[in-house]
Ligand binder design. Structure first.
Ligand code: PGA
Length: 251
């Protein structure tokens, strides 16, 4: 089963419009017309339109960092899936650990967003991952199992095949501490096994599982070389053309 490598840049709450557009143009130029991987940029929501214009007609795709699970209505401050597709998004990151810890997002919230995203024709990138405390307490598999089951609740096999999972150990995010390829592969294989229990092996084999947490040009090759690591969700290193394209080049 071949799964196309997916490299996504999560810009988080960084940059201003001009540098966001410049970075997007730089990535477009660096990846060329036939990139070695599928490439997605996830800028802050206020810059989605501008970045969308910068990548339009190129192989580089656009993703949002969050979405609200409702149709148009009285939801001050929120943005729904059809607004995201309206400005050119194909992807949306869901349940990032920063949203889980800072904004109190639960697996039930992620599940609602997942269904809304899929109904709106967005590809969800569902983030899961354990804290340092949980890893040291030998709870990694339990935590991942709970997050996968909760976040993907109610999902059918047909739609499941098109989603993306991002394994992001919290202790590796923005810390410079990267999971070793073996540590990451072990959890990725566990995630695929869980997906297989939920959706059957054939579907599980189609689902791309990205690794995230201090991915850099220097460690990308080894991580991406693991059998169950199908891409990377990149934070810090997605903020410069050099680092981000270095990671893509490692595919
Ligand atoms: P990082 O962030 O690459 O800066 O560790 C990854 C993420 O949070 O998606």
């Amino acid at each position: 089963m071949s799964r196309r490598t997916l490299i996504a840049g999560n810009w988080k709450m960084n940059m201003r419009c001009e540098s966001a557009v410049a970075l997007a143009k730089g990535v477009v130029a660096a990846v060329g017309s036939q990139p070695s991987a599928e490439v997605v940029l996830c800028p802050p929501s206020v810059y989605l339109s501008k970045v969308g214009e910068a990548v339009a007609g190129t192989p580089v795709e656009l993703g949002a960092q969050n979405v609200y699970a409702a149709d148009d209505g009285a939801f001050t401050g929120e943005v729904n899936p059809s607004m995201l597709t309206d400005v050119g998004c194909q992807f949306v990151i869901l349940g990032h650990s920063e949203r889980r810890t800072l904004m109190g997002e639960t697996d039930a919230d992620v599940s609602k967003k997942l269904h809304a995203a899929l109904a709106g024709r967005l590809v969800p990138i569902v983030c899961v991952g354990e804290s340092l405390e949980q890893r040291e307490g030998d709870e990694t598999e339990q935590v991942i199992e709970r997050q996968i089951n909760g976040s993907l609740a109610g999902l059918d096999d047909v739609r499941a095949a098109g989603i993306v999972i991002a394994y992001e150990p919290i202790w590796a995010i923005g810390t410079g501490k990267v999971a070793s390829p073996e540590q990451a592969e072990e959890v990725h294989a566990f995630i695929r096994q869980e997906l297989s229990k939920m959706f059957g092996k054939e579907v599980a084999d189609q689902i791309r599982i990205q690794y995230g947490g201090s991915v850099k040009p220097g460690n990308a090759k080894e991580l991406l070389g693991q059998p169950n690591i199908d891409g990377a969700l990149v934070g810090g290193a997605s903020l410069t053309v050099e680092d981000f394209s270095g990671i893509i080049a490692a595919v």
